[in-house]
Design a protein around this ligand. Structure first.
Ligand code: BGP
Length: 469
């Protein structure tokens, strides 16, 4: 629909920006922090590790002051489980509690709403050694960790996100670095882990409502509309298969407390179904989200599965197409351009994705990631002319407004990322931030902060409540 009049962004719209603990904090083994699976993982050749990252742990005050200058109404960050419980369970690390108390208080002193992700890829290594999410005990460990977070921060945090991109951890765990290659083909085990994460999430949501009745909690998967490669009914079916397996499996479980039927049949056909214990489905049903948070980078396109020779999943990551024998074949979309890192850009797909999710679940939506990874250049005079990022974000915000006009209840938009940080698997050179961090892959330089052109642009967007793009 082309509207004559667009609805404005809501008055209290959460204009924000996002980060995650391991990608921004650094201080990987300081003040009692235990190692996570990320700290113990391998890094692709030529890319930095996460030991120092953007050194936000030591510079959070300076960073928050910059966020405030940009006018952020919300800041979405994650808590590192291993700062709170160095071994995942057991002894609590007061220094970890202190750090997040300070960060939350600092944000609130500028009226920036904290939006907290409880777990963003960085499972405690001690838990991993006991079987990680394959072990049912991890559900209790997560519930215990959630309880601690609600106890210590629940008086000030009103927006909670359970697990970041659970669907990407299951589908692209190796690229992200949360699954080691030796279990690469153990799909059945992955879907068992998925089941346990769903249970842990449901328990955390229930607990949140009990302990923090004023707060809101929701899942934070990566959701993308899936287009059929053509109007061939077989292609349409393939797109529907992929959407059920990649999107609805996760959201149907979070919202309705049940498995998506197509995704379940897929798991049955492939022999991947998890063991579901007697009261598991009651647990799933008892946890209800108040909103749906989701990350959006691009859409996907699928065709009828053709043959093995065309299936190459080796380069796949969060946004790259995959294939599944007999189920779907991921294909490139000829209508879309790609970023320098090969991700298709699709602002209109953003509107479509918002509509699809809202029509399906009728819950408020919060965008917790969206952005452009690029090789930014620090030019003479301390400037970074990231016009391409402004262009990308502008087009997505325009589409968000159209979706609001379509009737979608969108409560906030938090692009990735507030400040430069280390990418999940492509190092610091793949930058997303509004604020430049002066370091290279291996040369930490002075880590000084420099406002990019997009910083000033986003500031105006927020100030005008989305009118001035
Ligand atoms: C999402 C993750 C983020 C972030 C982002 C960009 O999948 O939740 O942690 O990194 O993607 O991805 P990348 O760093 O791979 O470019």
């Amino acid at each position: 629909m082309n509207y004559k009049n667009l609805k404005p962004f809501p008055k209290d719209f959460l204009w924000g920006a996002s980060t995650s603990a391991y990608q921004v904090e650094g201080a990987w083994n300081e003040d009692g922090k235990g190692p996570s699976v990320i700290d113990m993982g391998r890094y692709p050749e030529g890319t930095s590790d996460f030991k120092v990252a953007s050194d936000h742990y030591h510079r959070y005050k300076e960073d928050v002051a910059l966020f405030a200058e940009m006018g952020l109404k919300a800041y979405r960050f994650s808590i590192a489980w291993t700062r709170i419980y160095p071994n995942g369970v057991g002894e609590l690390n007061q220094k970890g509690i202190e750090f997040y108390n300070n960060l939350i208080n600092e944000l609130l002193s500028y009226n920036i709403e904290p939006i907290v992700t409880m777990y963003h890829f960085d499972l405690p290594y001690a838990i991993q050694q006991k079987g990680g999410w394959t072990n049912k005990e991890t559900i209790d460990a997560f519930e215990n960790y959630a309880k601690t977070l609600f106890e210590h921060f629940g008086d000030r945090v009103k927006y909670w996100l359970t697990i970041n991109e659970q669907n990407m951890m299951i589908l692209h765990g190796e690229a992200i670095g949360v699954v080691s290659s030796d279990i690469k083909n153990a799909q059945k085990e992955l879907y068992q882990q998925n089941h346990h994460m769903l249970l842990a999430q449901a328990k955390a949501m229930k607990l949140c409502h009990k302990m923090c009745p004023d707060a809101m909690i929701g899942p934070a998967p990566n959701i993308a509309s899936v287009y059929p490669a053509s109007c061939n009914p077989e292609d349409v079916l393939a797109a529907s298969n992929l959407s059920s397996i990649r999107n609805w499996l996760y959201l149907d479980a979070a919202v309705f407390g049940r498995y998506n039927s197509v995704a379940w049949s897929y798991m049955e056909e492939k022999g991947y179904t998890p063991i579901v214990y007697e009261n598991d489905m009651d647990i799933l049903k008892a946890g209800k989200p108040d909103f749906i948070a989701f990350n959006y980078y691009s859409t996907l396109t699928a065709a009828k599965y053709k043959d093995e020779s065309q299936s190459d999943n080796s380069a796949s990551d969060q946004q790259m197409e995959m294939s599944e024998p007999g189920v779907y074949q991921g294909v490139p979309n000829p209508y879309l351009q790609k970023t320098e890192f090969g991700w298709e850009m699709d602002p209109v797909g953003f509107r479509n994705t918002l509509r699809e999710i809202y029509e399906r679940y009728n819950l408020p939506l919060l965008v917790t990631e969206n952005g452009l990874g690029a090789y930014d250049k620090l030019e003479e005079g301390e400037v970074i002319n990231d016009d391409y990022r402004i262009d990308f974000l502008r087009k997505h915000i325009e589409q968000a407004r159209l979706a609001i006009t379509d009737g979608v209840n969108l409560i906030g938009y938090c692009p990735w990322s507030a400040i430069d940080l280390v990418s999940t698997h492509q190092g610091i050179s793949k930058r997303y931030g509004f604020i430049y961090v002066n370091r290279d892959e291996f040369d930490l330089k002075d880590l000084r902060r420099i406002r990019k052109k997009s910083f000033y642009w986003y500031k105006d967007v927020i100030k005008s409540n989305g009118e001035k793009l």
